[in-house]
Design a protein around this ligand. Structure first.
Ligand code: HEM
Length: 141
């Protein structure tokens, strides 16, 4: 199971980050241009939501089977292992909660500018948090 989930989490990360970056930039640009919110804008936000949620699911299962997160107390003393055992999961869960809040808030308003604003704020915050706790050297090695 680990041999399937580990690479899956590694590859879905690309889709999650690309769609999240597109949705954030689109939110900021749409808000600044003051244009009307279209179905394509909604789809961009939805794809980012779906891929970050798939990543959450894969990450949660990985957390319990990854050899990198075997012993929490041992991991706390090593900054690299602490990233996997605490910082990466915790910060990413907070980020995905923010993205989900942004999605539901955009649905609750009919105003185009406010819809873009919700993506601009919540998706961008989520993206920054996720980028801050990616194990970059492991990912690209
Ligand atoms: C959108 C959110 C997330 C992104 C973009 C992301 C991305 C990544 C990346 C790029 C890696 C390194 C993969 C590699 O070494 O090839 C990784 C590893 C890992 N992630 Fe995430 N992740 C996210 C959310 C989560 C969550 C929410 C959890 C746990 C609740 C989690 C748990 C893990 C674990 C345990 C590993 C280490 C797996 C191993 O190599 O044994 N991730 N993640």
């Amino acid at each position: 199971m680990y041999s399937i989930l580990q690479p899956a989490h590694s590859y879905v990360a690309y889709a999650a980050l690309i769609f999240l970056a597109i949705a954030s930039v689109n939110g900021i640009a749409g808000m600044m241009a003051n244009r009307s919110f279209k179905d394509s804008d909604k789809k961009i936000g939805l794809f980012a939501l779906i891929f970050t949620h798939i990543q959450l699911l894969l990450g949660l299962i990985l957390y319990f089977i990854s050899p990198l997160v075997q012993s929490f107390s041992v991991a706390m003393k090593d900054s690299n292992l602490r990233l996997y055992a605490l910082e990466h999961p915790l910060i990413n869960i907070i980020a995905i909660i923010l993205i989900t809040i942004g999605w539901s808030k955009h649905k609750k308003t009919a105003d185009s500018k406010k819809k873009f604003k919700m993506f601009a704020i919540f998706y961008t915050l989520g993206l920054i948090l996720i980028l801050s706790r990616i194990p970059w050297n492991m990912w690209f090695s």
